[in-house]
Ligand binder design. Sequence first.
Ligand SMILES: *Cc1c(COP(=O)(O)O)cnc(C)c1O
Length: 385
Amino acid sequence: MIPFIDLQAQRLRLDGKIEAAVAEAVVGGAWVMGPQVRQFEADLSAFGQAKHALGCANGTDALALPLMAWEIGAGDAVFVPSFTFAATAEVVPWFGAEPVFVDVDPVTYNMDPAKLAAAIDAIKAEGRLTPRVVIAVDLFGQPADYPAIKKIVDQHGLKLISDSAQGFGCTVDGKHPLEWVDVTTTSFFPAKPLGCYGDGGAVLTNDDELAQLLDSVRVHGKAVAVDLKDRTFEHDPKYLNMRIGRNSRLDTIQAAVLIEKLKVFGDEIEWRNRIAARYNEGLRAHVARVPDVPAGHMSTWAQYTIEHPNRDGLVAHLKEQGIPTAVYYPIPLHMQPAYENFPRGAGGLPETERLKDVVMSLPMHSDLDEATQDKIIAAVASFKG
Ligand SMILES: *Cc1c(COP(=O)(O)O)cnc(C)c1O
């Protein structure tokens, strides 16, 4: 049986380094906020060309932290794509605000900037909610159209988050999304391109004050330098809670795993791109669409996703031959029971509703060898449905 994502192959390739790093973290005893966390945060900010990188508990919390720092709440609108994992929208109602679903581009599957602009205008015209934040998602590893989205966000004075849980490491014209956004968030869930051995996440920013507020909200709203500026307190400010926060830390053991994984992540992104190019070449004639990346954009290929008019037939055909596939996302967020009553962009979400029936993802990971890939390509080509 061919694995959909083969993380054991990666572990074996790293030849005991991860096991040794975990053992060292266990023996070291600083299991919470240990030196590995600081080390990884420094490594991550260097990789992501960010002034600040802060670890947190998972990629969902990573999205919540900036919303808390900006005090997003009841009456606020946060614009999110309709075709994404639930976490992107989930954090918004945590704080009493409402997600507004925006349709996606038919080629990149990322938030459509024109539809974002229309959705903001419609929410403003209606007057019930105040537009505050846009969360763009780097779906399947491809960067969103940040230059276009940033223009719209600036016109309306909104904040911009890059949910790069799937796309961390992706670039537009050689630049990370952080070039355009206030905060990049990511997830280290094992199956993401940069994964740990449990749950983990991070936020990256170039804004010094925001970095402090993010640090505050991830540790119970502790007092940070901006809170203490020009003020004196009777007690040790260490015990002050300046705002409502949460407990969202990256474990030392997970940081130890990530230090080793980040060292090879750049190479792995290259391999993933080579694998995707081979898939595109072998499959272009056999399916309705292969994932082309716009000029100047670089994907990290969290998923390799094709379109086929008889998607379910192809899924069954591949299954018979021992080839696993996955469908992301069969039920878009605005059609989920928990989210169906939130606002949608003007004109509905026709592209999202088309994609749900035709997309499917093939095995994709940095250790996918050519022989296995050729078997997968041949199996897709042999489908006569
Ligand atoms: C996985 C994912 C998240 C959430 O990450 P967790 O670490 O599982 O909380 C958020 N957004 C997107 C787009 C994701 O794919």
